[in-house]
Ligand binder design. Structure first.
Ligand SMILES: NC(=O)c1ccc[n+]([C@@H]2O[C@H](COP(=O)([O-])OP(=O)(O)OC[C@H]3O[C@@H](n4cnc5c(N)ncnc54)[C@H](O)[C@@H]3O)[C@@H](O)[C@H]2O)c1
Length: 252
């Protein structure tokens, strides 16, 4: 059985665990620093198993040793930006949380694929790469699938057609299907926040691009032919992510 660990039992983490359980993608460990929180949420989910028709294990814990041997670790721990918070404040707070989480992941789940959700996504994914010390193919972020789904909704609403018939892919800085593609090794091509080493003319930066996703992480970055203005917009997005990474370095 595949083992998936979700770090952070807040809104995003707990929802992800519920979906992972319903799709029976593996046994799940949900970790949070707040005592009793992941345990309570895990119990609620297990109690709904017969109604929701799933049969996997969901463990809630405050102890990182429970992520031992995970195949996939999803990092949702962090705070959402509050109105009085600057982007720099958010980078400082969340990079410390990601650093803490990654030290445990490197210790207990050194063979895992790491999927980062914590914002600011492209910068936190870069931080996770540095703090885990894993190869870049195993560290990537979730944003493009959600952004593309949102975009499809707006296009469908504007055209007054079914969202099922709109196919969109959002590129650049900042899903559910991702998780499935990794765990089941289906090698779907999906937008993800991936490390670029020359693709799209960009190096040493994380950006939302189409990738082939499988059990070992990012198997390939797919290079689309872009119009000049799209290329320029992507380069601008990469510069803005690099700016954020510089701020991250200042926070270390
Ligand atoms: N990438 C995306 O598309 C996307 C979408 C939505 C939210 N987010 C981001 O995801 C993050 C989580 O959002 P949320 O709504 O779930 O927030 P939340 O506040 O509901 O939950 C965050 C949880 O992280 C926990 N936590 C903090 N430090 C921890 C640590 N060191 N170890 C383990 N757990 C720790 C907190 O106790 C809390 O339960 C935020 O940064 C948010 O901006 C990203």
């Amino acid at each position: 059985m595949v083992k998936i660990s979700v770090i952070g039992a807040g809104m995003v983490g707990a929802t992800a665990v519920q979906r992972l359980a319903e799709f029976e993608l593996g046994d799940i460990a949900m970790i949070d620093v707040v005592e009793g929180l992941p345990q309570g949420k895990a119990l609620d989910m297990l109690e709904s198993a017969s109604l929701c028709d799933f049969d996997v294990d969901v463990l809630g814990s405050n102890d990182y040793s429970d992520i031992e041997g995970s195949d996939v670790v999803v990092v949702t721990a962090g705070v959402a930006r509050k109105p009085d918070m600057t982007r720099e404040d958010l980078i400082g707070i969340n990079s410390n949380i990601v650093k803490d989480v990654c030290s445990h992941v490197a210790l207990h789940a050194s063979g895992a694929v790491v999927l980062v959700v914590t914002n600011p996504l492209d910068i936190m994914t870069y931080a996770a790469l540095k703090y885990t010390g894993f190869e870049h193919q195993r560290v990537f972020g979730m944003s493009g699938v959600l952004d593309s789904a949102r975009f499809s909704y707006f296009v469908a609403a504007e055209l007054n057609c079914s969202v099922r018939d709109v196919y969109a892919m959002v590129l650049g800085g900042h899903g559910d299907t991702m998780v499935e593609s990794i765990v089941r090794d289906t090698r779907r091509i999906l937008p993800a926040c991936a490390y670029l080493s020359g693709e799209y003319g960009q190096k040493d930066v994380y950006l939302g691009v189409p990738v082939k996703l499988g059990r070992r992480g990012v198997l390939e970055v797919i290079e689309l032919e872009l119009r000049d203005e799209t290329k320029a917009a992507l380069a601008q997005s990469a510069d803005s992510v690099r700016d954020g990474v510089k701020k991250l370095n200042l926070c270390l």
